[in-house]
Design a binder for this molecule. Structure first.
Ligand code: PMP
Length: 436
């Protein structure tokens, strides 16, 4: 280090020194450049190499396309309307004029932000109504909302569990749960996908080594569209005295006769699950997350969860749109029934066409597994050219043999769109197989 006053920082860890031969003298030359320059960060370099591997051969990058207007059963890209399978707008409430109107009215009444954490500056009536009506829908004592679904999992798991605890989660659990586990400092173990017998074995062997144990599963898995056998998990959690948390990001509004999610689908009492987590960004056409559960737990989260306490309250338009969508979902259960019928139609047609839809069953998430990253990208691009928007999931997000194009159904898709889509998928794959 130098303490001379006549050297000037240049921003790259060196200093300009008027008298030196090259105009610079380097500080701490033993520190490798990848430790202070992001363009040399090994993670960045690895990501660039994946990008090159995937798109070097001329296939278009399908990610971050610009959608014009709102995305529902169709989406407009480059002025061209495409049948859209890339949004989680399951019940079509994003873009519904009634939901938009509720958001506009909330802005007119409260402005665009609540400008501070609710504990610091107070609730708005729409926060209270949203949480009360969410709790009513879920059948829980109470509910609390957060500004992001991802942040809900991170802060709640990170806050409620600690170093003496164990968190057991499904192998396909969402990243937000993993991040929460990391933050908590608890011991984290994954069990094979949906395998409650393996979970039982782990609990039998290790339950007593820990104070609290949390089991985390999803209502509908976002990669595969399958569901856990909820009654089995409830039985396990009761027998082993553990907590059970369910992430209903993709099951609220999608499963259960009236869209109330997994409890309704399996006829399980809501009180048999400790933490009902969900997002407001999918069925509820907004942005944010929630936790429903016992009065004591929700109270504790409201007063202590860092992601609630130290973060702004939900914005008025977000709270109002989620509340409007929540009410409409209950007033119009035919939307849920139609979504379920469309999903069933897609699966049946796909199976009849010989497509591999993995484990998906009766939910709005349907993968077409093609078993090769290049083929998944090719299929997505060919569909795009034929007026269908569905995105590929490739290695390293899934093992290459599980590479797929994923279809998210909405209640707004028509039977004709679905029949057309499945026929196009089958046609692309058939033609590609013929030239391969
Ligand atoms: N959980 C699951 C299972 C998800 O799929 C997602 C996002 N797709 C989240 C949590 C995070 O929700 P949000 O996008 O609303 O932050």
């Amino acid at each position: 280090m130098t303490d001379r006053a006549d050297v000037e920082p240049t921003g790259d860890g060196s200093v300009g020194e008027p008298g030196s031969a090259h105009g610079t003298v380097s500080f701490a030359p033993d520190i490798p450049a990848e430790h202070y320059r992001f363009e040399l960060h090994p993670g960045y370099i690895a990501a660039k190499s994946v990008e090159h591997e995937l798109f070097g051969s001329g296939l278009a990058n399908p990610y971050f396309r610009r959608i014009e207007g709102f995305a529902a059963g169709t989406a407009t890209i480059g002025g061209r309307p495409l049948i859209n399978y890339a949004s989680y707008n399951y019940l079509g409430f994003c873009g519904d004029p009634r939901v938009s109107k509720a958001a506009v009215e909330a802005i007119e009444r409260y402005g665009t932000s609540v400008s501070a954490s609710r504990i610091a500056s107070g609730n708005r009536q729409i926060h209270e109504e949203l949480e009360a009506e969410l709790a009513q829908l879920l059948g829980t004592d109470d509910a609390v909302t957060f500004v992001s679904g991802h942040a809900t999992n991170v802060t709640v798991i990170g806050h409620l569990f600690g170093r003496k605890d164990l968190i057991l989660h499904d192998a396909l659990i969402h990243n937000s749960v993993m991040q929460g586990c990391l933050l908590s400092g608890a011991k984290r173990v994954s069990f094979p996908h949906n395998d409650w017998t393996a979970l039982d074995r782990i609990l039998t062997q290790h339950r007593r080594d820990f104070e609290r144990v949390l089991i985390v599963i999803e209502g509908v898995y976002s990669m595969d569209g399958d569901m856990p056998d909820l009654p089995r998990f409830v039985e396990l959690k009761q027998r082993h005295k553990a907590f059970l948390m369910i992430d209903e990001a993709h099951s609220l509004g999608v499963v259960g006769r009236t869209g109330r999610g997994l409890a309704e689908h399996f006829g399980v009492a809501p009180g048999d699950v400790d933490l009902w987590m969900g997002t407001l960004s999918k069925t509820l056409a907004s942005c944010g997350g929630y936790i429903g559960g016992s009065r004591e737990m929700i109270d504790y989260l409201r007063y202590t969860a860092p992601g609630f306490l130290f973060s702004v309250g939900m914005s008025p338009p977000d709270a109002a749109s989620a509340l409007a969508a929540l009410r409409l979902m209950q007033q119009e259960p035919e939307r849920v029934a139609r979504l379920q019928a469309r999903a069933e139609q897609f699966i049946e047609l796909a199976k009849a066409a010989g497509l591999d839809t993995g484990h998906s069953r009766g939910t709005a998430v349907i993968p077409v597994v093609v078993g090769d990253s290049g083929l998944a990208l090719f299929l997505s691009q060919a569909l795009f050219e034929r007026g269908i928007f569905a995105l590929p999931i490739v290695h390293p997000a899934v093992p290459a043999r599980n590479a797929r194009v994923r279809f998210f159904l909405t209640t707004l898709h028509t039977e004709e769109q679905i029949a057309h889509t499945v026929a196009e998928v089958a046609d692309v794959l058939r033609k590609q197989a013929a030239v391969a």
